[in-house]
Write a protein that binds this ligand. Structure first.
Ligand SMILES: [Zn+2]
Length: 214
């Protein structure tokens, strides 16, 4: 079983009334939906759970609760988790990129990162950076119980001028490109999916992997 997730809650100084959250984290939620949209036409051999977590901005509440409710048998079934958070903004100072963040003390996590890195380089124009210091998003509760998990996030997320502000609106983003590239890289990194007979000429790859570069 694989999990594809991102949080759908948002925050700002006026969190109760005005927190548009286009980048943080409608962009990550869009990556989750993009994978679900494509996979609907190409049923995978593995079980894939698509999850939009709530309460991330309050302290990872949704993902922590989800992980706490998994039985030992369910935890053992999970071969990989892909979390997408803040993948829709691009600074002029950076190439189109992705930071893959995980933990090198969790069994299987480094190989998941390596696979993602290879697929991002093979199928997309993403510049890839890797960190093994996980913090601050929904990948952490999974890694804490030794489930191999990778966060996909843009390298320039902390220079986004509307981070956690009421100006975090869709006009600040470069829609589709990185969202599609991240979804593409994740999809290619789930072995049972990649084995399911999808040549590179399929409509799936054309619509998600190829177009993410242009
Ligand atoms: Zn976020």
């Amino acid at each position: 079983m694989y999990i594809v997730g991102g949080h759908f809650d948002s925050t700002s100084p006026a969190a109760q009334t005005n927190a548009p959250g286009a980048e943080d984290n409608a962009s990550g939620a869009a990556g989750v939906l993009e994978m679900a949209r494509i996979l609907a036409d190409y049923p995978p051999q593995a079980t894939v759970r698509f999850i939009a977590f709530s309460g991330e901005e309050q302290g990872l509440d949704g993902s922590e609760y989800y992980v706490s409710q998994l039985s030992a048998a369910e935890r053992a079934r999970i071969k990989g988790v892909f979390i997408m958070d803040m993948i829709g903004y691009k600074s002029q100072a950076y190439p189109l990129n992705v930071l893959l963040e995980s933990s090198n003390s969790v069994p299987g996590a480094v190989s998941l990162v390596t696979t993602l890195n290879t697929n991002a380089q093979t199928y997309t124009a993403l510049d890839v950076d890797i960190s093994y210091y996980p913090w601050g998003s929904d990948h952490v509760p999974f890694l804490d119980v030794n489930i191999p998990t990778v966060l996909l996030i843009e390298q320039e997320y902390d220079s986004y001028p509307c981070y956690h502000k009421t100006c975090d609106t869709p006009d600040k983003l470069t829609p589709r490109r990185r969202v599609r590239c991240c979804a593409c890289s994740s999809q290619r990194s789930t072995p049972p999916l990649a084995r399911a007979g999808w040549p590179t000429s399929t409509a799936m790859v054309r619509s998600m992997c190829s177009t993410c570069n242009s």
